[in-house]
Design a protein around this ligand. Structure first.
Ligand code: 5AD
Ligand code: SF4
Length: 350
C-alpha cells in the first residue's frame, strides 16, 4: 500500500508524511481519488448548499492579507440593516436553503442584542444558522447560542505563532485559540481553517495546521489560498496556488473523514473549475453568496471575490442544477456534519 493508502486507512499521518505528500507531485492523482472516495463514503454523500449573507464589511482588525482591514480607506463600507438582512435570509429560505451563514468583518457595529434578534428571527423559520463574526467574548458567543445559532466559523488562519504575529499586528493568537475552545465548550458545531501560500509559510507550517485541525476535532474546516488584495500590506506578494490548496484540502479529508469541508470561494476564484475540482477532492459544501446588489461586490476580502456568477435571485435552483450536472447529489438535510451528528449521538447514548 502506498503512502496515500496508508493515511486513508489509518486516518493518521506524521508531520513528515504530510510534508512529503505536499512537496511531491507523485502522490497527486492517488490523493485526489482517495479524498473523493472518503468524502463519498463517510461524509454525507450529497453536497450541502449554505446561503452566505455578508452582513457588513466594516472591520476593526488589520489582518495584513485582507481587503476589509481597518486600514483600507479605499473600500466603501456598508452595513445591512437587520430588517433587510431578514428579508434576504427569508428569500434564501424560500429558495430552499437549509442554512443561513451570517458573516461580517469583526466590529461592534451591530449590538449583541440586535444580532440576537436577527438570529432568533431566522431560527424561528426553522433553518440552521452559522455565524462567522470573528473573535467575541464567551458571553457574546453564549448569547448567540441561546438566540438559536448552531454553528460558528473562526479560522485560525495559521497555527504558526511567528507567522501569525507578523500578519496580525495587535492581535492575540492565544485569544483566537481560546475563542475556538469557548465555541466548542458552548456546543457550537465549530469550524476553523487556514490560508495556504502566505508569504514565508512553509509546507511544515501547513502540515502543522492540518494536525491541529485533527487534534482539535473540529466539525468543519475551510482551506483557501491566499490571494493578494489591493490596498493591503501584502498587495505585491505572491499568492497561494490552487493546486497546493487542493492538496491540503484532500489531505484534510483523509485525516477527518466525517467533517464538512467547503469548496471555498478563494478556490473558486483562482480556477475556473475550482468548485468542481474541490468537490471532486474532498469538499462537500458550497456556500453561495446571497447578498444582493452593490453590497455583493463590496465584501472584497480579495480581488475577484463575489464575481462568481451565482445569481442571488435564483441561486439555489441554478447552483443545484450545475452541481447535479457534475454528477453530484444535493443534500436535502440540515447540513450538520457527520462528525457533529456522531458526537451528539454518542453524548445522548453513552
Ligand atoms: N485571500 C484569501 N483569503 C482571505 N481571507 C481574508 N483575506 C484573504 C485573502 N486576501 C479569508 C480569511 C478569513 C476569511 C473570512 O477570509 O481566512 O478568515
Ligand atoms: Fe477583518 Fe476578518 Fe479581514 Fe481580518 S480577515 S481584516 S478580521 S474581515
Amino acid at each position: 500500500m502506498g503512502l496515500v493508502g496508508k493515511i486513508k486507512a489509518q486516518r493518521h499521518a506524521s508531520l513528515e508524511e504530510l510534508v512529503e505528500i505536499l512537496s511531491s507531485a507523485r502522490y497527486d492523482e492517488a490523493l485526489f481519488k482517495a479524498a473523493h472516495e472518503v468524502r463519498q463514503r463517510y461524509s454525507h454523500p450529497a453536497i450541502h448548499l449554505k446561503a452566505l449573507l455578508e452582513l457588513s464589511n466594516i472591520c476593526a482588525k488589520t489582518c495584513f492579507y485582507c481587503g476589509l482591514r481597518a486600514g483600507n480607506r479605499e473600500l466603501k463600507r456598508y452595513k445591512i440593516p437587520l430588517q433587510e438582512a431578514l428579508r434576504i435570509a427569508q428569500r434564501a429560505i424560500d429558495f430552499g436553503y437549509q442554512t443561513i451563514v451570517l458573516q461580517s468583518g469583526e466590529s461592534h457595529d451591530y449590538e449583541t442584542a440586535e444580532l440576537c434578534e436577527l438570529i432568533h428571527a431566522i431560527h424561528r423559520r426553522g433553518v440552521r444558522i452559522t455565524l462567522s463574526l470573528g473573535e467575541k467574548s464567551f458571553e457574546e458567543y453564549q448569547a448567540y447560542k441561546e438566540a438559536g445559532a448552531n454553528r460558528y466559523l473562526l479560522r485560525i488562519e495559521t497555527t504558526d505563532p511567528r507567522l501569525y504575529a507578523t500578519l496580525h499586528p495587535h492581535m492575540s493568537h492565544q485569544n483566537r485559540f481560546e475563542c475556538l475552545k469557548n465555541l466548542q465548550k458552548l456546543g457550537f458545531e465549530t469550524g476553523s481553517g487556514s490560508l495556504v501560500g502566505l508569504p514565508h509559510q512553509s509546507l511544515e507550517s501547513i502540515a502543522h495546521d492540518l494536525l491541529f485541525f485533527q487534534e482539535s476535532d473540529f466539525d468543519m474546516v475551510g482551506i483557501g489560498p491566499f490571494i493578494p488584495a489591493p490596498h493591503t500590506p501584502l498587495e505585491h506578494e505572491k499568492g497561494g496556488d490552487f493546486h497546493t490548496s487542493r492538496k491540503v484540502m484532500a489531505l484534510l479529508r483523509l485525516l477527518m473523514p466525517y467533517i464538512n469541508i467547503p469548496a471555498t470561494s478563494a478556490m473558486e476564484t483562482l480556477h475556473p473549475q475550482g468548485r468542481f475540482l474541490a468537490l471532486q477532492s474532498g469538499a462537500n459544501v458550497v456556500m453561495p453568496v446571497i447578498t444582493e446588489g452593490e453590497t455583493r461586490t463590496l465584501y472584497q476580502l480579495y480581488p475577484g471575490k463575489g464575481s462568481i456568477s451565482d445569481d442571488p435571485q435564483n441561486s439555489y435552483a441554478k447552483i443545484s442544477t450545475q452541481i447535479t450536472s457534475l454528477g453530484e447529489g444535493i443534500s436535502l438535510e440540515s447540513g450538520d456534519s457527520q462528525r457533529f451528528i456522531l458526537r451528539n449521538h454518542h453524548a445522548s447514548n453513552p
